[in-house]
Design a protein around this ligand. Sequence first.
Ligand SMILES: [Zn+2]
Length: 574
Amino acid sequence: MNLKRFTIFAVLLLLPSAIAAQSLEPSAAKIQQNVTYLASDALDGRRTGTAGANEAAKYLAKEFERLGLRPAPATDSRKINVMLARYLQTFPYIGSVELGKNNVLSVKSGETLRVGEDWMPLGISPNQKLDLTGVVFPGYGITANELNYNDYKGTYTKNQVAVIQKGTPDGDNPHGRFTTAGQLRFKVAAAQSAGVGALLIISSEDDLKNDALAKLHYDNAGLAGIPVAVISKQAAEKLANAKEVTLRTDVVRVDVPAHNVVGVIEGSDPVLKNESIVIGAHYDHLGRGGEGSLAPRPGEIHHGADDNASGTAGVLELARIFSTQRPKLKRTLVFIAFSGEEEGLLGSNYYVNHPLMPLDKTVAMINMDMIGRMKDRKLIIGGVGTAKEWRQLLTASNGGFELTMNEDGYGPSDHSSFYSKQIPVLFFWTGTHNDYHKPSDTSEKINYDDEARILSLVARIIRDVDSADPRLTYTTAKSEPPRGGGFRVYLGTIPNYADTNEGLLLDGVRDDSPAAKAGLKAGDRVVKIGTRDVKNVYDYTAALGEMKAGQEYVIEVMRGSEKLTLKIVPQARN
Ligand SMILES: [Zn+2]
């Protein structure tokens, strides 16, 4: 016996078995390991633009590298370490707001109010200098046509500043009548629509510094159309009889980089490798609360285990499986962990406008968002109407799930961005639950075994998409207008929630909808509806709330540099 030879033989024997040990089946243990880390306190809730989110991005880049994925061709190289940075696609994001040097609020009698003590501009306020000749006090500053409620009686001019109360006539009741109209953004829209030049909100705190409104914050949803500030009770009294008021707002919004993480497995077919399949999930979450949080109080870490460490772990697990599988798939697989989703699909929107692989050769996008809370084998799949083949593929290999299939390619997650570019999409989701957007969305509540089963199904679908030489046939999905938005009318527009330029950019228009009949198109920017100026999505929503079904309204849109005036007749929502 030749021990040396045997040793070599044994090593050779071990090699293939070592590879075989890298199973092609999703592993609940590996998913659990990744979810547990991503949802841990160490990452501080992964709010876009924060250290916690950047730490998560670094981890994902490392995992892509370890699994042998390649960076996408043109990924930006910035920050973290140079090697890992090649996996990052960096996009602009306002991470913080600072006070500029030129804030002024003064009354003619000579009194100057101190910024930071007596008043504070809001992070959403544009920077302007106004000489105002009148102060008005329109109550809570709420306009809610559906409730026949309007605090703005009479006519107003741009030379006036409105000083309003915080809150609503229903107090703090979260189930009161004014859940939408009472929100800050809608109060701003109401003031703007009433025609005043600026809005001051009286603080409910005795010390202005304790007011949440005084803590400079920007929601990445576009600037307000008029200057907005919070003012102390005492300062508001000083304005009561003022004839002339000077207001100058100066807010510095600080851009911090945010990152999508992108890794590629090149296809094995010399021709089909030019086509790609995107497999994505957002990794960002809500940090310590604030915008989007449903927690009773701010400050606690929102762990986001289901939303969306579960989907992110899914991306990693599928990357592991497809990097192990031989032969490799024919087409190129693009794995993307998106950021900025919670702020309004910012990362995926950036990707489809700055794609790293050609979009016209992107044959499908598979999105996983909240796939960790399966109950009774119930799985929801969106986007089934976006390719002719989807329904048949899903039915053929449904993996023993009880499937709810939704046609629409638009929905509340990143697949929407791809569908808006006419790419077939599928959206995997196990539904909402009590811990949604709360600190209690934690890793021990995840159903790892069923998540592994879901990933088996996703992997099968991806193999099926890849195995056919002709690519999927894109179809326009039947749309299901979202219910319960609080609106009585339906236009059929698909707003781009990520765009922050003036007006409301449309990603699309639903077939046969009032918007389609009016001649609106994807890419149009709505700037006016009826008498309302539309500067952002909130102005638009407020305008929608005032419309009546069956009545004709003038709608102004910018198409390129051309301004079009169209007519639209909203439908009643059923
Ligand atoms: Zn979420």
